[in-house]
Design a protein around this ligand. Sequence first.
Ligand code: DP6
Length: 409
Amino acid sequence: MAIYSATVTSPVNIAVIKYWGKRNPSLILPTNSSLSVTLSQDHLSTRTTIACSADFESDRLWLNGVEEDISASKRLVNSIGTARALRASEEAKNPELAPLSQYKIHVCSENNFPTAAGLASSASGYAALVSALGQLFELPQSTAELSRVARVGSGSACRSMFGGFVAWRMGEKEDGEDSMAEQVAERAHWPDLQALILVVSDKKKAVSSTAGMQTTVETSALFAERVRSVVPARMQAMEKAIKERDFAEFAKITMQDSNQFHAVCLDTYPPIAYMNDTSHAVTRIIHAYNAVKGYTAAAYTFDAGPNAVIYAPKSEMRDLVQLFSYLFPRDEDVLPEVFYTNPFGLVGAEEVGQTVSDPAVRKLAETVGKFQAGAVRRLIHTEVGDGPRVLDQAESLLSQSGMPKRARQ
Ligand code: DP6
């Protein structure tokens, strides 16, 4: 049987100016613009293969080896439907094109990071879905235009359509035509910037972003001020800081915006608390670290959960990995196999959790004191990355007959 297929990988992004609030929940139109850094796909990415054929009987989806019901997700139905409509209009213009828009599809998607890490996978997931559909259907739309399709899957996904530093312009139009992502600077513009993700243990189940932000829009008085004046000014200042590679300014705005986002969550009624004691300790440690260094050396940011993402120049990473692995000992009993992978060769295995080389940082570590083992489960060290990548047939997750090559329970 004739099968058409495409395979891509897409990156995770972590916002430095947060998206929080929708003015139109069904089209996923935000109340404010936002800005993020795309992280390297070598460490965090979603791979997706989509195949279509006249012989497939229904649309099917496998996520990390488990079959899911596509029709149960309005967001999946919307983004696939939008891509099909774009293909259909090309087919209407050119009768020689195979009628792929009529065919059923098989979607197979896997993350290269553990789902248990609690890292947002919807952004990389929907960006991968839409990039693969764009590829499969040979859509002529630009990446910015396709980011609108990713947006209807999950708001933050539109920013994963580009590498480097990416703004999501909120737009003004009611139909959302001008609400899309735009690259502010390429990855190569600021290769010195790296990120260290602290995967923080948490027992409680977080309120989903989708539900949480809606309650914020409806109940928070602080939120109105954030949307009206704070974010527009920060977007400008952040773009300038990125263009000038001004880390001190980048870091200050990043930390302030994370803090305000969580303040707005607490101002939501009933309040939403995403950060836990470990998260708050990390903010204090970063401010103390900057004070010890005598300059702004690192910045934290937190999304809708307790994990910390630390942005810092490469030259700070050895000290930061040593500091955090000393303060947050690994729990030998519960631990995943890997605690820190040392992808850039900056920190020797014997240093992790043992040595803090810099005397001033060591003094800080001793003053703060070690936390309970396992409070941080994992350190993921990564850097700024590129946008979605198209892979060749050999990398497909689906076999010749369009079924998953690997299926898990
Ligand atoms: C805190 O994009 O997950 O990570 O549009 O409802 O799918 P939906 O929400 P989502 O929200 C992300 C919120 C955030 C901040 C950000 O990424 O900008």
